[in-house]
Write a protein that binds this ligand. Structure first.
Ligand code: NAD
Length: 483
């Protein structure tokens, strides 16, 4: 456990390759870690998080220039601890060889699947949940018996430095390595011939990363973004929907991959939604500027981007409602009030790009078919939220739309359930992690045939015109006569 499991790149590519080679050598010396070893690694991660949690909360707060500690605890720390516990509890069952059906041709043989660790897994982390999005994949990676290299985000340097210190203290430098740095480092990192690469970030960079991984035929899990809609059915109480949506949209000031990106509301109820949402938001955040419960925008550049999008919408005749409960000025601030945008159209940036901040466009619809088509006409989102007490209609919406995950009468919490696979579809990503699906993603499912002393092939093999072969083939053809 030395400081060398922290790489601050000078001669980037060479150091990264050296570090990967070291981890790979260590993996080869123990290619099938026992349950006990894996649990020991998970326990060490648990201990590390407990030891560092207060400092981690402070570091994220510093990086954001104001991040609600309750949010860091609830969204970043607790889910990892929960994930560790869930993985430990199920590990023995997941690691067990799975017995499979053996066809007649292999009479006397046994067929099984072994779940084998892949080796060294790379993990690339974005800035918005800099602890959780590094350590949550790590839980699955370690449970599946792998080693890991984690590239933290350049926009959360304090958190990255502290994670590096924490990992160096609790893990050997060939077990888990933290790599800090920006796009240059990340570019070299994603070119490494990992045994698997987990990338969490934007769809644009996801494409670049997948190209880089393709050169090594490295399999990827891409956890990307997109525009996650929330559809409110005409029969659903608007106030209730607005309350539930305000809870999710307020978290991290909307800087979450699964934040509701836009609302599809019945045309006659758009104004009622705007009022109810403003009330709900105001109750949760009566003031914003010095309110430690309301998170800042990560960088000035991101803040400018969000304001540009709002300006663009206004210029194109949208109506913008700024929810600024205490009527504060935000001139010199990294905080941003919530903006609800109505009368939106497809030519506006707010309807083209992922929002990722406190801006919420509302699209009016007339029929449920129209709302479903609206979603299906666009890129497949990471999540879809549907508000309706009618279970049949909810089932229909789930069946007729594609999204990485979904919640009914709720937003975002699908991410928090370890027993649910998490991952996008189409331009919101590919592959899954969390729980059993994470274990499977980071394992090779190796199919194995084990023959005993009896060798049927010795009887039926060439020269083919023999009685055993003829008997076998005729028997099989009779078996398969009917579809
Ligand atoms: P980003 O794509 O800009 O960066 C993510 C990571 O990729 C960073 O570590 C960065 O250093 C690295 N990177 C940047 N350019 C690169 C390149 N050319 N080659 C290789 N690596 C490169 O994303 P971000 O701004 O940090 O995060 C916001 C995005 O992440 C949003 O789109 C959001 O939806 C998405 N996100 C998705 C999930 C999910 O689980 N699906 C979770 C959080 C965030």
């Amino acid at each position: 456990m030395t400081a060398s499991n922290v790489i601050e790149i000078n001669d980037t590519a060479r150091e990264l390759r050296t570090s990967l080679a070291k981890s790979r050598r260590a993996f080869r010396s123990d290619p099938a870690p026992s349950e006990k070893t894996r649990i020991d690694r998970l326990n060490r991660l648990h201990t590390a998080i407990f030891e560092y949690k207060d400092r981690l909360i402070e570091a994220v707060d510093d990086d954001f220039g104001g991040r609600a500690s309750a949010e860091t605890l609830m969204i970043e720390i607790l889910p990892i601890l929960e994930g560790i516990r869930y993985n430990k509890k199920n590990l023995r069952k997941w690691m067990r060889k799975s017995k499979r059906h053996t066809p007649l041709m292999l009479l006397g043989a046994k067929t099984t699947v072994h779940y084998q660790p892949l080796g060294v897994v790379g993990i690339v982390v974005p800035w918005n949940f800099p602890i959780m999005l590094g350590l949550s994949p790590l839980v699955g990676v370690l449970a599946a018996g792998n080693r890991a290299m984690i590239k933290t985000s350049e926009f959360t340097p304090k958190t990255g430095a502290l994670l590096a210190e924490m990992i160096a203290k609790h893990f050997a430098d060939d077990e888990v390595v933290i790599v800090k740095g920006g796009v240059g480092v990340s570019t070299e990192f994603t070119k490494l011939p990992f045994d698997h690469l987990v990338f969490t970030g934007s769809t644009r960079v996801g494409r670049i990363v997948m190209h880089a991984a393709a050169d090594n035929l490295t399999p990827v899990t891409l956890e990307l973004g997109g525009k996650s809609p929330a559809i409110i059915h005409d029969s659903f109480p608007i106030k209730e929907a607005a309350n539930r949506i305000a809870f999710g949209k307020g978290l991290n000031a909307g800087q979450a991959c699964v934040a509701p990106d836009y609302i599809l509301a019945p045309r006659a109820k758009v104004d009622e939604f705007v009022r109810a949402f403003a009330d709900a938001f105001t109750k949760r955040y009566p003031a914003l500027q010095d309110n430690r419960d309301y998170t800042s925008i990560i960088t000035q550049k991101q803040r400018d981007r969000l304001l540009d999008n709002v300006r663009d919408a206004k210029e194109k005749r949208a109506s913008v409602f700024e929810i600024n409960p205490a009527n504060e000025s935000f001139e010199e601030s990294r905080k941003l009030p919530m903006h609800v945008v109505t009368n939106v159209s497809d030519d506006m940036l707010v309807m083209q790009e992922e929002i990722f901040g406190p801006v919420l466009p509302v699209v009016a619809y007339d029929t449920l078919e129209e709302a479903i088509s609206y979603v299906n006409d666009r890129d497949r989102p990471l999540a879809l939220y549907y508000f309706d007490w009618d279970k049949g209609r909810a089932e229909r919406v789930i069946n007729e739309t594609h999204s990485g995950g979904a919640c009914i009468n709720e937003v975002m919490t699908n991410v928090a359930v370890d027993d649910l696979p998490f991952g996008g579809v189409g331009s919101s990503g590919m592959g899954h992690y969390h729980g059993k699906e994470g274990f499977l993603s980071f394992s090779k499912a190796k199919g194995i045939v084990e023959k005993g002393r009896f060798d049927g092939n010795a009887l039926i093999g060439a020269p083919w015109d023999n009685k055993y072969f003829n008997f076998f083939v005729n028997f099989q053809l009779r078996r398969f006569r009917n579809p």
